[in-house]
Ligand binder design. Structure first.
Ligand SMILES: [Zn+2]
Length: 178
């Protein structure tokens, strides 16, 4: 089992609060799912506990390779605070962020990141690399993984099995057409 905590153990209360906020991120991931986008959702909470940013994966529908859930949420949070720094804010995202999103998280000065499922191929926090630990970053981000990881992961696997089934269906149709 990989270590999915950067710092001290979370308190029981913190864990419950993290799960409630992750459930909100999962709702947004479901919007991506409904639009046939990889189901990842994200929310950003400020120091007072208010939601200031929401995002879900929209790369295909926006014709924008940067339209990951985290980036969408970061953009909205910047607008909400009219500030390009998201100091004392926490990002919740259903999947371990990629290299691009980790870069954006550092640039935005988010204080903390909580993610759901691991992304074994391209996750840039613990799986494929540990970018938050990179010595060239001048901002440290606290992070925790494994929050509603099972449900977040199941959402991903059901999306990909649905997509595989659809592709299979398409190839059958093509064979019949021939
Ligand atoms: Zn990303």
């Amino acid at each position: 089992m990989q270590n999915v905590e950067s710092g001290d153990e979370r308190s029981a209360d913190q864990k419950i609060q993290d799960e409630q906020r992750m459930a909100k991120a999962m709702d947004l991931a479901n919007r991506a799912f409904a639009a046939n986008e990889v189901p990842v959702g994200a929310v950003i909470i400020d120091a007072e506990g208010r939601i200031i940013g929401e995002g879900w994966n929209q790369s295909i529908s926006c014709h924008d390779p940067t339209a990951h859930a985290e980036i969408q949420a970061i953009r909205q949070a910047g607008q909400s605070l009219t500030n390009y720094r998201l100091v004392n804010c926490t990002l919740y995202v259903t999947l371990e962020p990629c290299t691009m999103c980790v870069g954006a998280i550092v640039h935005s000065r988010l204080s903390r990141v909580v993610f759901g499922a691991l992304e074994p191929k391209a996750g840039a926090i613990v799986s494929a690399s540990n970018l938050f630990e990179a010595p060239y970053f001048n901002h440290r981000v606290e992070w925790s993984g494994d929050t509603l990881a099972k449900s977040c992961g199941e959402l991903m696997s059901s999306f990909f099995s649905k997509r595989r089934a659809a592709l299979k269906g398409q190839s059958k149709v093509k064979k019949i057409e021939k």
